[in-house]
Write a protein that binds this ligand. Structure first.
Ligand code: NAP
Length: 466
C-alpha cells in the first residue's frame, strides 16, 4: 500500500490516511476517448447552457465550504481560515466566468481598411481536450484557474493533480458532475509521470497547462513543443518585496509577515526576497523579527494557528537543506520565535541576512517560512536587486508615494507588481510571470484566450479584387 504514489498523508500528524492506485494505460486511453467525445458535443453547447453550470459549481463549493476546506487542511496542511478563503476564491473564479461568458466569447469584428470588401471577424472556438498538470499548494484554486475558463470556452479537461492531494483532486469530478457538466467534460486521473508524454502526444489532446516547478515545466513544455502543441507554464517565483524609505514601516511589516508566511510560505508569489533601503533597514528588521516571532505554529485546524506545517516532511527536509546551503555560502540564519512544536512538518521560521549573489542559494526559490532580507543603499539598487533573479512572477513596492510606487513597479521585470500590497490573488486580476516563472496568463480574459482558436472568418464579395 505504501508504494502507491497518490497518498493522503496528514502533514500535521504524519498519518497515512489513504492511498490510491495509479491509473493504468487502458484507463488513460478511456479517459482521453471520453473527453474527446464530450468535446465534440460540448463545443457546440450554447454559452447560455455552460454559464449556469459554472455558477452552480460555485454555489456547491460555497454551500459546503467547511467540508471542502477541511479536505485542503487534511491533505496539505494549510490553516483552516486560509483553506476557507481558497474555497471562496475558487467559487469567485467560477462565478466570474459564469457572469461573463457571453461577453468573453462573443465574436469580434475586425475593422479593415485594406480588405474593405469583406466583413472580417474573429470567432473564438475551443481547441479540444486539454491536459492540466497542477501543484498541491492551492489544490482547488489551481485547478479552477484552468478549468473554469476552459470549460466555458468549450474545451474539455484531463487533470493530473499532485500526488499528495488525491482527495482534493477527486472533488472536481464530483463537483462538475453535480453542477451538470456532461460526462467527460472534466476527468481526474491518478496518472503516473511515465504516461505524461503519451497523453500529450495523443492527437486529440490539443494543449497542456502546467503549474509547478521549473523542472516539471521544462519537461512538460518539451513534450508539448515536440508534439507542436500549445502550453502555458506557471512556475516558481522569488518575488521581491521592496521597502523604500518613505514607506509606512509598521503597516509594511504587517504585510511582509503575512506575505511571507501565509500558506506556510509555500506560495509561488510569497514575498521571498525583502529588499530594504538602508535608511529603514534596521527598523524594518527589528519589527519584522517581532512580527514573525508572534506567529502561532500548531494544529492547522485550530483557528488560533497562524503558521501551518509544510506540505510534507520531505518539503521541510528540503528547505532545511537549502538553509544549510545558504549558511555554507556565507549567509547568517537566525531562527525566530519560540521553538515550533515538534509535530509533523512544522518548520521554525528563519531569517537569512548577508545573502549575496555568489551564495549558491541566492537564486533558489525557498518554499517555506524562510525570509531573505537584503540591505540596499537606495531605490536604484533596490530595483537592480529585484531584477537580479532568474524568476519574474510577482513583486511589491512599499512607499508613501503611490506615483513613485507605480514608477518603480514599471522598472521591475516580473509579470505582476503591487504597490503597498503583497502580490495579490483575486478572481478578476490576471496571473502569470516572465523569465523562469513561465509564460502565458491565467484568469480573466487573458486566461480564457490561451486555449482558444481565434479563428478569422472573412465574408467577401465574390467580385472583390485579390
Ligand atoms: P512540481 O513538483 O513541479 O509538481 C507540479 C505538478 O507537476 C504535480 O502534479 C506533479 O506531479 C507534476 N509533475 C512533476 N514532474 C512531472 C513529470 N516529470 N511528469 C509529469 N508530471 C510531473 O511542483 P510542486 O512542488 O508540486 O509545486 C511547487 C512549485 O509550483 C513551486 O515552484 C511553486 O512556486 C510553483 N507554483 C507556481 C504557481 C504559479 O502560478 N506560477 C502557482 C503555484 C505553485 P507529482 O505530484 O505526481 O510529482
Amino acid at each position: 500500500m505504501n508504494d502507491m504514489a497518490y497518498q493522503t498523508l496528514n502533514p500535521f500528524t504524519n498519518e497515512l490516511v489513504a492511498s490510491f492506485p495509479d491509473a493504468t494505460k487502458e484507463e488513460v486511453d478511456d479517459a482521453i476517448a471520453t473527453a474527446h467525445d464530450a468535446f465534440l458535443s460540448w463545443r457546440r453547447a450554447p454559452i447560455s447552457t455552460r454559464t449556469p453550470m459554472l455558477a452552480r459549481a460555485a454555489e456547491l463549493l460555497r454551500a459546503d465550504r467547511r467540508r471542502y476546506a477541511e479536505l485542503l487542511t487534511l491533505e496539505m496542511g494549510k490553516v483552516i481560515g486560509e483553506a476557507e478563503a481558497e474555497v471562496d476564491l475558487s467559487a469567485d473564479i467560477l462565478q466570474y466566468y459564469a457572469d461573463r461568458g457571453e461577453e468573453l466569447l462573443k465574436p469580434e469584428p475586425v475593422p479593415v481598411a485594406y480588405a474593405s470588401e469583406g466583413q472580417v471577424q474573429i470567432v473564438k472556438e475551443p481547441l479540444g481536450v486539454l491536459l492540466a498538470v497542477e501543484p498541491w499548494n492551492f489544490p482547488y484554486y489551481q485547478v479552477v484557474r484552468v478549468a473554469a475558463p476552459q470549460l466555458l470556452a468549450g474545451n474539455t479537461i484531463l487533470l493530473k493533480h499532485a500526488s499528495n492531494v488525491p482527495r482534493c483532486a477527486a472533488v472536481f469530478d464530483d463537483l462538475f458532475e453535480r453542477a451538470g457538466f456532461p460526462d467527460g467534460a472534466f476527468t481526474n486521473l491518478y496518472r503516473p509521470h511515465t504516461l505524461t508524454k503519451y497523453v500529450i502526444n495523443d492527437p486529440r489532446v490539443r494543449g497542456v497547462a502546467l503549474t509547478g516547478s521549473e523542472e516539471a515545466g521544462a519537461i512538460i513544455a518539451t513534450y508539448a513543443a515536440t508534439a507542436i502543441k500549445k502550453s502555458t507554464l506557471e512556475l516558481g517565483g522569488a518575488d521581491p518585496f521592496v521597502v523604500l524609505e518613505d514607506a509606512d514601516i509598521d503597516k509594511t511589516v504587517d504585510w511582509a509577515v503575512f506575505g511571507r508566511h501565509w500558506n506556510a510560505g509555500q506560495v509561488c508569489v510569497s514575498a521571498k526576497r525583502m529588499i530594504v533601503v538602508d535608511e529603514v533597514f534596521d527598523e524594518f528588521l527589528a519589527k519584522y523579527r517581532a512580527g514573525v516571532a508572534a506567529l502561532q505554529a500548531g494544529d492547522p485546524l485550530d483557528p488560533k494557528t497562524t503558521l501551518a506545517p509544510l506540505s510534507s516532511q520531505d518539503a521541510a527536509d528540503r528547505l532545511a537543506e537549502q538553509v544549510q546551503v545558504a549558511v555554507g555560502g556565507g549567509a547568517a540564519a537566525e531562527t525566530v520565535g519560540p521553538p515550533v512544536p515538534s509535530l509533523g512538518a512544522l518548520f521554525q521560521p528563519t531569517i537569512l541576512t548577508g545573502m549575496v549573489p555568489g551564495n549558491p542559494a541566492y537564486y533558489q526559490e525557498l518554499f517555506g517560512p524562510v525570509s531573505t532580507i537584503i540591505r540596499v543603499k537606495d531605490e536604484a539598487e533596490a530595483i537592480a536587486v529585484a531584477n537580479d533573479s532568474p524568476f519574474g512572477l510577482g513583486g511589491s513596492v512599499f512607499t508613501g508615494d503611490p506615483a513613485r510606487g507605480a514608477r518603480v513597479a514599471r522598472e521591475i521585470d516580473t509579470g505582476m507588481v503591487f504597490v503597498n500590497h503583497p502580490t495579490m490573488v483575486k478572481a478578476d486580476i490576471p496571473f502569470g510571470g516572465v523569465k523562469h516563472s513561465g509564460y502565458g496568463r491565467e484568469l480573466t480574459n487573458l486566461g480564457i484566450q490561451e486555449f482558444i482558436n481565434k479563428k478569422v472568418i472573412d465574408v467577401v464579395d465574390i467580385d472583390a479584387p485579390f
